[in-house]
Design a protein. Structure first.
Length: 611
């Protein structure tokens, strides 16, 4: 229950003097404007007058502040619900009386639901005293004077119709303002602004984000919150997930909320107010916690000053849409794993990183290993055979080495005359959407000539659903293509500067490298079936860049040597293009022609141990 319900519990536990009846006032208002106005004082005055007039002991009031009764939120989630629970528990006793200004304070739901709520209170022996009309309602008085039933019915009907009319009127006004804003005919406020209240001596939140405030009719950034939000965006784009960001905000003493900070960060990063857009939904209706009418959504561009660029916001949305690419499990984040980029070349399962304790020279040493998830998820060995795992360090070292060289990094994105893969995917999806639109247009043309059959109507519904899905996918691909086209390429210096930090298990360095890996590669495949070549056994690694360019690496897990190779799978021949001197990290050089000649190689498959 919410904090305002504590008052309801406390009020319910008060006891009246012997022989004196207890009157428990219930106050409710549904908007900030009413809070600043006269509503609360007026309701309190009515309760005092009623207690004095009828000889009640006035108990502590229970209040639902800023809670609507149109959909019953006050008795489903608010203090009124706690009051009703207190009747069940015995804290509120038969003979006690609830005071309300009128029945619309209790409920503005449809008459049938409102009467059910009132009956629930009365049939448990608790009375309801209203000021308008000046009348005590109990189970006994309702039985003695049946006309009171009509009074309750009329009050419930009037309260519901008033709220419905007001809601329709407000929605119409909101909708008119939103349409006028889109046309440029209206540039005023839409909704209650976040601004400082002289009367209250504090900032009233309104309907605006917490990093802006209205000053002299114009929105401005409010520090330090605007700076904290910028830092959240920087950390997220830098590779941190919401959980890690929340931990760092707590450590810095700058949390954005006292509870549920991870969820709050997730919602904040998806808020279009970051780029100055206010999203207004008009006419949305809920029933029993479910959306029964989604209403109409308007985007008011330029309503706020933009905190970040549109390009950066698109990048956030693209990254957020990549499932499994933000979470960091364990204290040491994986550089290649945990982002659904690295896979087993044998069975196609995702790769995971595990910490394995080994003893070296009598001391326990923690080693990080890359492992095929097939064995972990199913308990069976990888279908491709082999060892199922290898040390992660030589693979991380080789990828860093490779990308720390200008020629290699440039080659990963040199598509030549080929079309950009991101644009290819977008064009394919657009073509699919156009084909679906043509089919839909045929049915629309047929509908002009005569009524459609039920089968045809069902087909139209299916096509419209498909169109909505394809449109969402096209928008998503458009954002991804825009980010891909405009995103700056990583540089060899960036990769090289992170080398020592990655190998020394520095969390920030590994997270930054993890982000570079996501930015550079579409897929990385590691084969646990070793390749034997020139008397040694190597780990084959296949790199696929975002530009769909492939590179093959062979890595010697024992010596740390690696080479970029061309490998003929049919003839089992290897040609080394570049190799790394393990003594000099970035000394990559083409091998002499004699050493670069084709040499036969063969796959070595390790047979599984007998059961």
């Amino acid at each position: 229950m919410k904090s305002h319900n504590v008052t309801a519990r406390r009020a319910a536990q008060h006891t009246a003097a012997d022989g004196q009846r207890r009157l428990i006032p219930y106050y409710r208002y549904s908007s900030k404007a009413q809070e600043d106005g006269d509503s609360l004082r007026r309701q309190a005055d009515y309760a005092k007058q009623a207690a004095a007039k009828y000889g009640y002991m006035l108990d502590e009031a229970i209040t639902d502040a800023g809670v609507s009764a149109f959909e019953g939120k006050n008795h489903k989630e608010g203090a009124l619900g706690v009051f009703i629970e207190s009747i069940e528990s015995g804290d509120i006793r038969p003979g006690d009386t609830l005071h309300v200004e009128n029945f619309d304070r209790l409920s503005r739901e449809a008459p049938l639901r409102a009467r059910k709520l009132i009956a629930e209170i009365l049939t448990k022996g608790v009375g309801i005293l209203t000021t308008q009309p000046d009348q005590l309602f109990t189970e006994e008085t309702m039985a003695q004077n049946p006309a009171l039933g009509f009074v309750v019915e009329a009050a419930c009907l009037r309260a519901h119709e008033e709220s419905k009319t007001k809601s329709d009127r407000v929605n119409k006004a909101y909708r008119g303002k939103c349409i006028a804003w889109g046309k440029g005919d209206y540039l005023g406020l839409v909704g209650s602004p976040r601004a400082y209240s002289e009367a209250k001596g504090r900032v009233l939140n309104g309907t605006d984000p917490e990093w802006v405030i209205l000053v002299d009719g114009k929105f401005e950034f409010e520090e330090p919150m605007a700076g904290i939000v910028r830092e959240i965006v920087r950390m997220y784009i830098g590779g941190l997930g919401s959980l890690e960001i929340a931990k760092r905000l707590d450590a810095a003493g700058t949390p954005i909320t006292a509870s549920s900070q991870v969820n709050r960060i997730g919602r904040l990063l998806q808020n279009e107010a970051l780029v100055g857009v206010k999203v207004v939904t008009v006419g949305r209706r809920m029933k029993d916690g479910k959306v029964v009418d989604p209403g109409e959504t308007f985007r008011l561009e330029g309503y706020y000053p933009p905190l970040i660029s549109q390009q950066k916001f698109d990048e956030i949305r693209v990254v957020a849409a990549q499932r499994g690419r933000r979470g960091v499990k364990g204290e040491i984040p994986g550089v290649l794993t945990g982002t659904r980029i690295a896979f087993c070349a044998g069975c196609g399962s995702v790769l995971v990183t595990q910490n394995v304790s080994r003893r070296t020279n009598g001391e326990a040493v923690m080693q990080r290993r890359i492992r095929c998830a097939c064995q972990i998820s199913t308990g069976a060995r990888c279908s491709a055979g082999g060892t199922n795992s290898c040390s992660s360090e030589p693979i991380e070292r080789a990828v860093l080495d490779y990308c720390a060289t200008e020629g290699n990094l440039h080659a990963l994105f040199d598509t030549g005359s080929r079309a950009d893969p991101a644009m290819q995917r977008l064009m394919t999806k657009r073509a699919e959407m156009n084909e679906n639109a043509v089919k839909l247009q045929r049915y629309e043309a047929a509908a002009l000539e005569g009524p459609l059959s039920q089968v045809e109507k069902n087909a139209v519904v299916k096509l419209e659903t498909t169109h909505a899905r394809l449109l969402a996918e096209v928008r998503k691909l458009e954002r991804a293509a825009a980010v891909h086209a405009s995103a700056p390429r990583s540089t060899p210096d960036e990769w090289g500067a992170l080398y020592d930090g990655v190998l020394n298990l520095d969390v920030d360095a590994r997270l930054k490298t993890r982000a570079l890996v996501q930015q550079t590669f579409e897929r990385i495949e590691v084969s646990f079936t070793r390749l034997e070549w020139q008397g040694r056994r190597y780990i084959p690694v296949r790199l696929v860049s975002k530009a769909n360019i492939e590179r093959q690496l062979l890595i010697d897990a024992r010596t740390g040597w690696w080479g970029a190779v061309q490998y003929d799978h049919n003839e089992h021949n290897v040609k080394v293009l570049y190799s790394a001197d393990p003594e000099r990290r970035f000394a990559l050089k083409p091998l002499p022609e004699a050493n670069a000649a084709k040499a036969p190689a063969k796959r070595v498959r390790k047979e599984p141990a007998p059961a």
